[in-house]
Design a binder for this molecule. Sequence first.
Ligand code: NI
Ligand code: MN
Length: 227
Amino acid sequence: MGMLQFLGHSAFYLEGNGIRALIDPFLTGNPMASEGADARKEIDYIFVTHAHGDHIGDAVEIAKRTGATMFATNELANWFKGKGLNAEGMHIGGRATFPFGRVKLTHAFHGSSMWEDGKMVYSDFPCGFLIEVDGKKIYHAGDTGLSVEMTLLEAEGVEVALLPIGGYFVMDVDDAVRAVGFVKPKKVVPMHYNTFPPIKADPFDFAEKADGIAEVIVAKPGDTIPF
Ligand code: NI
Ligand code: MN
């Protein structure tokens, strides 16, 4: 049986047969974080949806300490390789098989950039991830607006969808409810809300509106979600 743990904002810990992973590990400086960047000794993989600071977070530091392999779009993966890290540089729509299961990169409508040495570095497209663990598919949407591309995910049979609901940079509650209708996951966990003032949203409003389409789990930072 697999397990997800919500770490606050869009950060999750994912564990299953052959995998101990972090997704978007923004922990240092995250007012919602349930743990620090040094909390876990063993991490095999780190999935990074895009280069914005609230997603790349502590990824480089944790990978250097644990030897974890990064998953990201090719451009961002190459940037990680430049830091001496192992990285799988896949791309949107691509799927590949790994010891724990398959990974597919999904569309995300957003940007991807970061400041480095006083300059803005662009890493091209952001993405979402469809990660197969113990034969079940976890969809982490990353940062994205609502898109018709999400309808493609219905055929995947998603077990747990992790969807942003905070608005301003990403889907708001009503668009995220439409996304649940597009993806039709068994379970959905709202993320990317209430971390900062512009992304204030009510997860219980989302839960009420998405009720009947999927089982909605409003997780507090630190909560675990078995699947
Ligand atoms: Ni972003
Ligand atoms: Mn973000």
